[in-house]
Design a protein around this ligand. Sequence first.
Ligand code: EPZ
Length: 416
Amino acid sequence: MAVLKIKGGKKLSGEVNVQGSKNAILPMLAACILCKDFVRIRHCPKISDVYAMIHLLETLGCDVTWEDDAVVVDARTIQSAKLVEQQARVMRSSIILAGAMLGREGKIEISYPGGCSIGTRPINLHLKAFRKMNVQITETEENMICTTSRLTGEDIELDFPSVGATENVILAAVLADGMTTLRNAAREPEIVELCKFLRKMGASITGEGSERIVIKGVTSLHGADYQVMCDRIVLGTYIAAIAGAGGEADIKVNCVSQLGEVCKVYEQMGVTIEKTDSGLYVQSPGKLNKVDLIRTRPYPGFPTDMQSQTMAVLTKAQGTSIIIENLFEGRYKTVSELRKMGASITVEGRAAIIKGVKALTGANVEAKDLRGGAALIIAGCMAEGCTTIADIQYIERGYENIVDCYKKLNVNITLA
Ligand code: EPZ
């Protein structure tokens, strides 16, 4: 199996672009099912989660082709309503096809999305909302069968602002009978992007980005041509790499305003982050301040998807920092790998206590999950000597052209 090899200790410099957003494109690809037409989405990242979602769309009967960085979905014909194969089990995001298929066909038989390395990933909030919208759900050992004679618009309040549950309700509501008011909705930028995309397809949605979204069911949707926004977590990962290794770089990006708490935390560490005409200028002295306490929260709080990367950066900060991971119980798996590189981290339940050390040392480590793998790239840039990262398939789920991108930032990185 291929491994990433990084020779660390160099300051970062240069200029890099930011790929399209994984967590926006996945629900948008599901949304394509809602129209019997062609849909083109430009700036689509070539990552394995996108390839997996495309495979599921093709399993349902869509034709999907690439035109440079645009993906073109022909959703005129749906031939199946069953996603019970391994692929659906493997990819957590497959559940997002349920809302779209209920809107299009009024039925879907789908495997329970597997838990993944960061947690059990329940879907109770999705199913509770579907049942309220006149969906009957029968559950077998491995699969569930969702059917409805007619989706009805309803008043729904989520027990937790779940991103996936918010997306699934929106996808089911756009063609439902009547009005759906969704309260305690997730406010992530990816929700806003999905709603802008659906409006381009003819949907009637207001309130996205707030905790109350109103969707007025329409009779049909049509095709669209849309450019997906940049990936704010890939952007944050670049900021973390520059912060940890030191140096300065220009990041070409159009989603600067979505970093919320991330910029505040990195500026507390001593990193300079300035808006430029084409994105962001990021500069780091290398020696960073600790951060007393970081709690991961739903947007606009500090994103859980930036937790592992930030932990890596804080391993060399001056002093002790504390992270509380509130979203996913399994998101500290990379601590063991960072310890192999000399980090001093103690985990107590949801809390990670990171005591800054003078230096990290290159080591042979393994990616345990997507963002933890990205954290190891950052630690490899920070460490003295050579680091190899195995199981990079986790990282390739969400990061496009890793070697090319980090080489542009003066990182000595190769695929071996
Ligand atoms: C989305 O996952 C993202 N994935 C995740 O990014 C991200 O970490 C997460 O939102 C939070 O921002 C995609 O968009 C594809 P949730 P999702 O439903 O929708 C609990 C990455 O690294 N919950 O908001 O699965 C759940 O257990 C990935 O790019 C229920 O209890 O997240 C968790 O504690 C990782 N019941 C919390 O809510 C449910 O029915 C947040 O989950 C659903 C969720």
